[in-house]
Each structure stands twice: as structure tokens, then as C-alpha cells.
Design a protein around this ligand. Structure first.
Ligand SMILES: [Zn+2]
Length: 257
């Protein structure tokens, strides 16, 4: 980190955040060094994407004299920070606290959003927001369950209203007259999201250890999959319609006397 940001960090992960905050070394209790004003990257709910953040320490007694941000010392927790999006200035509150397996990070946003796209319907957005909130406080199983609900609401909203998620996916696959997007998405996506969601909410033979598979790196993949779904189902048609409208207006203005 010294001399600036050289790699993209995941600031929602305690490891990434600790690396980004190495510069908080005692006795350096003064202003944050400039090279961290652009620390990568946190999902900004207002921008709807990962953004660079400036980080301010509000309360923290830790130090990095051991060559690391010392969140791992008991006396350093809790730590309170603010991360401000360099693009939209939205300020996120960050709490580093002692968890059952060591320090954990929880991020709170002043605005609803989760990740979504401009044309994502409100009812789908609701579940994405819930997923994002669960993920932000270190509850990945709960997040995956909400992603599953978001898939189900998406299919409901697209006209597949009968039954549970499995039935909705079957109805989509069997639809003789589907929406154009059906041919543009990999059908495995929906199936995999369904299976992950089921694994998150079902007992799995009583073995909660299996929930560990639903970790942060998996959530990043789930989000990427969802981003692709939203782009294909809502954004591309909206962009195409807007383009068509513009072209039609141009034709009209040329052909009319
Ligand atoms: Zn932002």
C-alpha cells in the first residue's frame, strides 16, 4: 500500500480493509495519508457499482506496528470508520468488531439499493437490497437466500407466477412464446442460483458446516451472475427501446415537411 494503491482491494472484507488501513500506524494519529483517498473498492449503493473510497478513522485504538493493521488485537476492537464514495460522496459507516472467529467488518449504508440497475423493478430490487444488507454484516447464507428470492420475484414479475421457484423455472423453459431474453441467458444460471438458495435455507442433513461454502468469494460470483441477468433482462431492452425512439423521432423530423 505504501506509495499508493497498486492492487484492487475488497474493502468489504476484513482482510482487504485491514490492508487498506495499514497506514493507520501509531503514532500517526493525524490525517489520513493522501494515498488512501482512492482505496479500492466498495460496492456503493447509490452508484450501483464498485467504487473507490476515501476512508476516515472516527474511532480506533489499533496500530500497525507489527506491519499489519492490527484489528487482530483485542484492544483495537471496536473500530469505527467512514468510507466515502469518491464519485457520489455517499458516506458509509464501517464498524470493525470482534466476531466469534476473529475481527469482522460490518458496513452500513444510509440509502437503500443493494445492487441493481436503473431499470430493475422495485419488487426485485427489494430482495437485492436485503441480500446486500445481509452480506454487509457478514451473513452470507442469509444473503444467498435473499438472492434466491430475488430470482423468484424476477420470474414472477416476468409473468411466471405459478408455484415455487422450481416450477417457475420449468414454466420459463417450457414457455412456447417466451420473452426474447430467454435465449440470451444461460439457463444454468437460474438453476444454480436456485440450488444455492435452497442449500442456504434447507437443513442439508443437519450439517451446518456445509454453509461455509457460501462464503464471500461465492457471493461475488453470485452478484456477477445477477448483474448479467439484470443487464440482459432489463437494461438491454430499455436501451434498445430508447435508441429506437430516438431513431423514429429523427425519421419523423426529416420526413415531415
Ligand atoms: Zn457512489
Amino acid at each position: 500500500m505504501v506509495g499508493g494503491v497498486t492492487e484492487e482491494l475488497d474493502l468489504a472484507d476484513i482482510g482487504g480493509f485491514a490492508q487498506a488501513t495499514l497506514s493507520f500506524a501509531l503514532p500517526q494519529r493525524g490525517p489520513i495519508p493522501n494515498d488512501w483517498e482512492n482505496a479500492d473498492g466498495l460496492y456503493c449503493v447509490r452508484c450501483g457499482g464498485k467504487r473507490r473510497m476515501s476512508i476516515v478513522r472516527l474511532r480506533w485504538t489499533g496500530n500497525s506496528s507489527q506491519g499489519r493493521a492490527d484489528f487482530w488485537a483485542d484492544e483495537a476492537c471496536p473500530g469505527l470508520f467512514a468510507m466515502t464514495c469518491v464519485q457520489c460522496q455517499l458516506r458509509h459507516t464501517v464498524l470493525v468488531h470482534s466476531g466469534p472467529d476473529g475481527p469482522e467488518i460490518a458496513i452500513f449504508s444510509p440509502e437503500r439499493g443493494g445492487f441493481s440497475t436503473p431499470n430493475t423493478p422495485e419488487n426485485v430490487r427489494y430482495y437485492l437490497d436485503q441480500a446486500h444488507r445481509a452480506e454487509s454484516v457478514g451473513a452470507p447464507s442469509a444473503a444467498v437466500a435473499m438472492y434466491r428470492s430475488a430470482v423468484e420475484m424476477l420470474l414472477f414479475e416476468q409473468g411466471y407466477e405459478e408455484g415455487m421457484l422450481n416450477k417457475k423455472i420449468e414454466a420459463l423453459e417450457a414457455d412456447p412464446n417466451p420473452r426474447p431474453w430467454r435465449g440470451q441467458i444461460d439457463p444454468d444460471y437460474l438453476d444454480v442460483l436456485k440450488k444455492l438458495g435452497n442449500a442456504a435455507i434447507h437443513p442439508n442433513d443437519g450439517d451446518v458446516e456445509r454453509q461455509k461454502a457460501l462464503d464471500r468469494s461465492l457471493l461475488i460470483e453470485v452478484r456477477a451472475t445477477f448483474e448479467e441477468l439484470l443487464e440482459t433482462i432489463y437494461e438491454r431492452p430499455a436501451k434498445a427501446a430508447a435508441r429506437k425512439q430516438k431513431l423514429s423521432e429523427a425519421v419523423e423530423s426529416i420526413t415531415q415537411p
